[in-house]
Write a protein that binds this ligand. Structure first.
Ligand code: GAR
Length: 202
């Protein structure tokens, strides 16, 4: 399966996907990495791994529609079969989602449907939950609202701040995102409306 990754920043989830790909556990090829941020570490990580990269900085376009059209054309040229958002901090428009002919998945640092949107870890701490975690989901036309593929919980401790909680969640992100991509690439993930059925190894 040919996959492309969109990332805006640090790229630790991208790195974890690359590591699993190199180990041969992903059963998918990462054929391109794109970013809306020319300074994203994710682009450097991809470069070093020999993966073609492309930047789509908003400043270079007259509108978000033009930027998204460029991204869609690039993905089509790459022959992408799965688009993976890994810390891509822009909301894809409804038009983008409709025009994409492949599934799009995202990872979010909370147990959705709790705490969608920005600063999920801070939202969880402010709310006072005792358990948080991360979610891999299909992207639909809403914000962090698509069908859930995998989730993993982590405890929230009284002494936690945003940094410590984010780090604990990030560690499990690095496990469940490659796992989700592997399951999709192996054809083990089926959507039934809002529910996602996973056919695991028996
Ligand atoms: C990750 O924690 C990811 O879950 C989050 O951004 C971080 C990216 O880190 N994504 C979102 O909040 C999307 N709503 P990374 O660049 O090191 O992978």
């Amino acid at each position: 399966m040919r996959i492309a990754v969109l990332a805006s920043g640090r790229g630790s989830n991208l790195q974890s996907l690359i590591t699993h790909w190199r180990r041969g556990t992903l059963k998918a090829d990462i054929v391109g990495v794109g970013s809306d941020n020319i300074k994203a570490m994710a682009l450097e990580i991809a470069d070093q791994a020999g993966i073609p990269t492309r930047a789509f900085p908003m400043e270079s376009y007259e509108s978000k529609k033009d930027q998204e059209t460029d991204i869609l054309n690039w993905l089509e040229e790459l022959g992408v079969e799965l688009l993976v958002l890994a810390g891509y901090m822009r909301i894809l428009s409804k038009d983008f989602i409709r025009r994409a002919e492949y599934p799009i998945i995202n990872i979010h640092p909370s147990l959705l449907p709790s705490f969608p949107g920005l600063n999920a870890q801070k939202q969880a701490l402010d709310y006072g939950v005792k358990v948080s975690g991360c979610t891999v989901h299909f992207v639909d036309e809403g914000v962090d609202s698509g069908p859930i593929i995998l989730q993993q919980a982590v405890p929230v401790y009284e002494e936690d701040d945003v940094k410590s909680l984010s780090l604990r969640i990030l560690k499990v992100e690095h496990q469940i995102y490659p796992e989700a991509v592997r399951l999709i690439a192996e054809g083990r993930v089926k959507r039934q409306g809002r529910r996602v059925i996973i056919f695991r190894d028996s």
